[in-house]
Ligand binder design. Structure first.
Ligand code: PAF
Length: 281
């Protein structure tokens, strides 16, 4: 597995593969890799001849009081996992390799980039869209794979690449869950053992709420209220949102008459968990 840090190196490596006729996929990550990320590598391998993973903890997507400084970092472990999974190249730049000192551009995606996670993390999707655009411009892959765990992020990246004519296919890869249903996330390692025991209630509650929604007797706001109380009764400290949305536009819906996605974010102590499930008949 090749490891590079700079833009000229990554552009050169990818150009060589491209001139040899190889189909190239990208898997952007912030490291702290787990089985969910490794499944993205598997998806990428199915669709391409060469897989490039990126590891970069992107400061643009963290708010001033968020966990940028403490976000888990273990480069050696991540590289070993990627190599074992058959990744061909890792682009792991330092901040100065990617950004000019007076970098000042921001990409903002209206519509799908508003509401839901953007309500409490107003900088998040601008930060994601900006870094992903930079990575895709430098890698110029045929396709890029993102997890459905960050469903709103996936929609933002799809819209951003379409709107900016970045010629890349965006592939969504299914959520990987622990055996008790908790969606895998790098931030799960923040959970204490008592918090970890509560965490699967999020997925359980989403499933119950979606089941009630699909019966069609109650409107979503009523079900959402019930589900929110169920989570706080179980030990969640705060529910940021439980939104039933149109699966394509992420606008709010109240009745099960179109393909829907239930999106949620909730806190256990100091850890914010997100999850989502399809909710269609
Ligand atoms: O999903 C992530 O890990 C990050 O948001 C991403 C897409 C790598 C951008 O920093």
């Amino acid at each position: 597995m090749i490891i590079v840090k700079t833009k000229p190196e990554i552009r050169d490596a990818v150009a060589k593969w491209r001139s040899a006729g190889k189909r190239i996929s990208a898997v952007p990550t912030m490291g702290a890799l787990h089985q969910g990320h490794l499944s993205l590598i598997d998806t990428a391998k199915q669709h391409s001849d060469r897989v490039v993973a990126t590891i970069f903890v992107n400061p643009l997507q963290f708010g001033p009081n968020e966990d940028f400084k403490t976000y888990p970092r273990d480069m050696d472990h991540d590289l070993a996992l990627l190599e074992a999974q058959g990744c061909d190249l890792v682009f792991a730049p330092e901040h100065t390799d990617l950004f000019a000192p007076d970098f000042s551009t921001k990409i903002s995606v209206a519509g799908v980039g508003e509401d839901h996670c953007a309500v409490t993390r107003p900088q998040f999707f601008d930060g994601v869209a900006t870094i992903v655009a930079k990575l895709l411009i430098n890698l110029a892959p045929d396709l890029a794979v993102f997890g459905e765990k960050d469903y709103q992020q996936l929609m933002v990246i799809r819209r951003m690449t379409r709107d900016l004519d970045i010629d890349v296919k965006i592939v969504g890869s299914p959520i990987i869950r622990e055996t008790d249903g908790l969606a895998m996330s790098s931030r799960n390692q923040y959970l204490s053992s008592s918090e970890r025991a509560i965490a699967p209630k999020l997925f359980e509650t989403l499933n119950l709420a979606a089941e009630i929604f699909l019966q069609g007797e109650s409107d979503w706001p009523v079900i959402s209220e019930w589900a929110s109380t169920r989570l706080t009764d179980a030990g969640f400290s705060k529910v940021d949102y439980l939104n039933m949305t149109d699966a394509a536009t992420l606008t709010h819906i109240v009745k099960p008459d179109q393909p829907a996605r239930l999106l949620a974010a909730a806190w256990i102590g100091r850890t914010r968990l997100i999850d989502n499930i399809p909710a269609s008949a």
